[in-house]
Design a protein around this ligand. Sequence first.
Ligand SMILES: *Cc1c(COP(=O)(O)O)cnc(C)c1O
Length: 399
Amino acid sequence: MKSSDYISLEKQYVAPNYNPLDVIITKGQGAWVWDVDGKKYLDFLAAYSALNQGYSHPKVLNAMIEQASTVSLTSRAFRNDKLPILAEKLCNLLGYEMMLPMNSGAEAVETALKAARKWGYTKKGVSPEKARIIAMENNFHGRTISIVSFSTEEDYRQGFGPFTGGFDVVPYGDFDALSKMVTDETVAVIMEPIQGESGIIVPPEGFLRKVRQLCDENRMLFIADEIQSGLGRTGKLLAVDWEEVKPDMVCLGKALGAGFYPVSAVVGSTEVLTVFKPGEHGSTFGGNPLAAAVAIAALDVIIDERLVEKALENGKYVMERLEVLKQHPMVKEVRGRGLWIGIELKPEAGGARKYCQTLMEKGVLAKDTHHHTIRLAPPLIISREDLDFGIDRLLEVLG
Ligand SMILES: *Cc1c(COP(=O)(O)O)cnc(C)c1O
């Protein structure tokens, strides 16, 4: 089949909820993918950080094959011998007491929100049905109806109401607005420590620490959504480590499955996560042995291959190479942390999509985000040489 055949078949049978670049990937290895015509591309998106370990990492692949041929699903009606191992590893790695396993990122966020509400009623003493949670403008936490209820992106909401109540939204990074929004009924603040989908937005220095302090003073839970920023992307294990703060709950997903399998989790304290009693929350697939085996291997790769340190070093290197863009007439700002970099173009540039299109023709896959920003997020296993290849093409395309 020709690539145009795949495109028309997809257009005919797949709901058009995405607008992908027209590259039909049929194989991936490390930081590279191949299309159906055999053309090779360097991946500068890494499936929104789900592929931090690169495509088809052999250690994760082996763990997956071995577990798939042993037992893949038990449901949590029974116990399995992989979930406890993953739970111990994840909690020790991140310094938390407990975890709750789910599948997608949105489910991890829903879990944290449910935990926060229940904690509010059972531990903080908020009156029934009154709990409120504060979120930030331009957030991205997933696509369920409750989550888009506190989105500020019209495209995510338009036509999907009525929405879930109990959320308040303040501008990202605006501490005054945040503290004014707090009431006795506020049980939690949820935020991305760096906003990914809205264009790699880093909050003002000290903001995370102030949020932590505000939560302590008002007995609220600090929920960090690290689904995209966590597990090495920013050059720290978690992006909150940049300000050395410890949230009450951290949502993880994406790279936890190393691109092989959807795995998500919430980590937190015993006090918070024991608000759930058996039967009150769950998922048929959450914590299945295949997911757990994949996640164990995914974490091992991050640690054994020093992907966090590599992201920090390579991120600094990329930033140095992108210094030249500061003089570029079409570039408004270059920002980011670790291997997570946004190049925001001026409105005159006419949007980032066409640059991503030209980059693709030159053999590099990147994705525009929020219309004007080119997001660079290569797999963290990428070599210096491959990074240079990608950056050279990018500088060519920007001219
Ligand atoms: C991707 C993402 C989600 C949602 O994850 P899904 O697996 O797509 O449901 C939530 N929060 C953040 C910050 C994300 O980047």
